[in-house]
Ligand binder design. Structure first.
Ligand code: GCW
Length: 675
């Protein structure tokens, strides 16, 4: 039931007070979205209030859900006074009095807006907040808020750790699981308004009529919840399923094929969102195969989709060993010169960091580098490089760290968030994507605590100004317990979990030292793979002198891709934030760490030990929560913590021993070397 489990309000007076306000509600319209709202209110109130709430006549209702057009003029004027509804998704929750009775109105331009408002009101009740005299107006800061499923058509999920894909292609279109509705409810409740159903390493079959009718069936479920469906497409589809001899974007027959395909899709799915494309990356086909640029490729698809209102999300995750350029620099080198060359319905989708979803990366230098091209953020929710689903890592703080980083593109205050929401360069579209951690496991995400990452992604995509702490708090209260002491403990545990993970995996800016291919567990010794950019030794460069990747001007000069003053700051180890030290510099083992006065070697060891002991502490904190947590959930999560503790030590011991073979120094502070 995720965070929509609607705990019974056991406090008598509190329940009575909510009941008084909510026990007569009315949903004005009769659209499929209105039906969803009715169902949600019935379910939520019967669960939280104990069957005391009823759908009543508009005049009697103390809670009214209606779009603006459905409101009596006087009420509409009073409620909306001074508010500008900029998008179809903006909602207003407005408390007022009528004939001495206190009332609440939820409204917006569309029924979907009122659905969002409904979930907001329910969240207030779920977190036991006051609903008296409300005047909440909310507008999403980002327009395209989507999950990216790396789900293959055979139901294997690439980098998925929560079971098989939830899409049962074999039984679609006939069989519609309740799970599809629950998925859409969960997404709508946090404002996620789209989903890319299939893997970016796309199977061309997704565009065949056989699959499109299945896609249509899902789109029909999701529509009522305000969610659009998008598809990942393979650039060579015209050849692979269209019988053409080329997929060259400059050839008229290729454009004609995509136009026809788009027409076919929109005839069945009129609100289809558009295409996501991974091109000329990790072996995927792309315009480069025909000597064309990413802009030419993206624009061809954009032209095909434009008449129907669709968009193209074109990924900037491109790198190739053959290019002879350091990997972190390649996306910028390729896309910066294309700035301004994309059609208006193209978003370039950029991973948060320049390499690949590491526990910590500096921001991608592309953010802020393309004033004339809207960039979409791509976060990873699934924990490819973060211990899969047996490490308890709350990613809210990581998302926030990235979003609040200053690019200095237009001087101080030019944060990544402002690039992504389009406000810095006045873009007309904006987007944020999260690579989903959802699968068919009973608990959706392979580990209950990791549901918080799906939740946090959605909340931040709607409003990146929320703090990761308040998001953790809401989620905990709605999902795990109402006990305030327990909530505080869990929130503390969640909030420190990401830093802890960085400490026992990749402290001080280390990166990509996971084991080969699957990326599970430590593998700093990985080398000789035939391509350097996938080996660990390439990234940490440990030797007898020291450790770290010199990306400063004395090395590959990746810092040149950032704006001043970031560039100069990162060029010098003494002004580089410690968390990125070894990302940008190769430093001697005796280099003195400013914050602690320790030598680099001692600091590195210290952090590995600190991380592992913090996981022990987390597990201990968890064990004290037993009285307040559902017994089955508690037991399951305890087992996860056991694995987590063992694996944090595994990471610590493997990395410390391995790096010690270069540093040739004893462990500091009386620590004993791992067995
Ligand atoms: O992180 C890497 C993953 C690949 C993934 C690729 C990408 C979908 O290891 O599994 O492919 O990134 O983002 O395209």
């Amino acid at each position: 039931r995720l965070w929509l489990k609607y705990d019974y309000i056991s406090h008598l007076e509190q329940r009575a007070s909510y009941s008084q306000q909510l026990s007569h509600w009315h949903v004005a319209g009769n659209s499929s979205t209105d039906k969803v709202i009715r169902q949600e209110l019935t379910y939520a109130f019967s669960s939280m209030l104990g069957n005391q709430a009823v759908d009543s006549q508009q005049g009697d209702a103390s809670l009214l859900v209606a779009n603006l057009a459905e409101l009596p003029e006087a009420l509409r004027n009073n409620a909306t006074d001074g508010k500008e509804f900029k998008t179809d998704e903006d909602y207003l929750i407005y408390g007022f009095s009528e004939n001495g009775q206190k009332k609440v109105l939820i409204t917006g331009k569309t029924d979907v807006a009122t659905l969002y408002g409904t979930y907001h009101l329910l969240r207030l009740v779920q977190t036991r907040q006051s609903i008296v005299s409300l005047n909440i107006f909310s507008s999403p800061k980002i327009s395209v808020r989507v999950l990216n499923h790396w789900d293959n058509l055979d139901r294997h999920v690439e980098r998925g750790y929560a079971g098989q894909s939830i899409w049962d292609w074999h039984k679609l279109p006939e069989l519609i699981y309740q799970r599809y509705h629950d998925y859409a409810r969960a997404n709508a409740s946090v404002g996620i308004n789209g989903t890319v159903l299939n893997n970016v390493n796309a199977d061309p079959l997704i565009l065949t009529p056989q699959y499109l009718e299945k896609v249509k069936a899902l789109a029909e479920v999701f529509r009522s919840y305000g969610m659009k469906v998008y598809l990942s497409v393979k650039f060579s589809s015209p050849q692979l399923i269209g019988g053409l001899e080329t997929s060259d974007p400059t050839k008229p027959e290729v454009l004609a094929w995509w136009k026809q395909k788009s027409k076919e899709i929109y005839a069945e799915i009129p609100d289809f969102g558009g295409f996501l494309v991974k091109a000329n990356s990790e072996g995927q086909p792309g315009p480069g195969d025909f000597g064309r640029t990413h802009a030419q490729g993206a624009n061809m698809l954009a032209e095909a989709l434009a008449p129907h209102g669709g968009i193209v999300m074109w990924r900037a995750f491109v790198y190739a060993n053959e290019k002879n350029e350091e990997r972190s620099k390649q996306a910028y080198s390729e896309f910066k010169p294309l700035d301004g060359k994309f059609l208006p319905n193209v978003l370039v989708q950029v991973k948060n960091g320049p390499i690949d979803f590491q526990p910590r990366e500096p921001i991608s230098p592309l953010f802020g580098a393309t004033p004339n091209t809207p960039l979409m953020m791509e976060f990873q929710i699934t924990q490819e490089y973060l211990g899969f689903s047996t490490h308890n890592v709350y990613l809210g703080p990581m998302y926030k760290e990235v979003l609040s980083t200053d690019t200095y593109a237009k001087g101080k205050g030019s944060t990544v968030a402002k690039v992504v929401d389009g406000s810095l360069f006045q873009n007309n579209i904006s987007g944020m994507a999260g690579v989903s951690n959802i699968g068919s496991d009973r608990n959706w995400t392979g580990n209950v605590l990791l549901q918080s990452n799906w939740y946090a992604f959605g909340r931040l995509a709607w409003d990146h100004e929320l703090s990761s702490e308040e998001i953790a708090q809401e989620w905990t209260q709605m999902t795990l317990t109402q006990n305030t002491q327990a909530v505080d403990k869990i929130v503390n545990l969640l909030m420190s979990s990401r830093e802890t993970t960085v400490n026992y995996m990749t402290p001080l800016g280390l990166h990509h030292i996971m084991d080969e291919g699957h990326h599970y567990g430590p593998g700093p010794w990985i080398k000789d793979l035939g391509r350097e950019d996938w080996t660990s030794v390439y990234y940490h460069k440990a030797d007898e002198q020291g450790i770290g990747f010199d990306r400063s001007p004395s090395g590959v000069n990746a810092v040149a891709q950032y704006h001043e003053p970031l560039r100069s700051r990162l060029a010098d180890p003494s002004t580089t934030p410690e968390e990125f030290l070894l990302w940008f510099h190769h430093l001697p083992w005796d280099y003195s760490i400013k914050s602690s006065g320790r030598s680099l070697w001692n600091e590195l060891v210290h952090r590995y030990y600190q991380g592992a002991s913090e996981v022990e502490e987390m597990a201990k904190q968890w064990s004290e929560l037993q009285p307040w947590i559902d017994p089955l959930l508690f037991a399951q999560q305890t087992m996860v913590f056991n694995i987590h503790q063992q694996e944090a030590k595994w990471w610590r011991d493997a990395c410390v021993s391995y790096f010690q073979s270069f540093a040739k120094r004893p462990l500091p502070d009386g620590l004993t070397p791992p067995a």
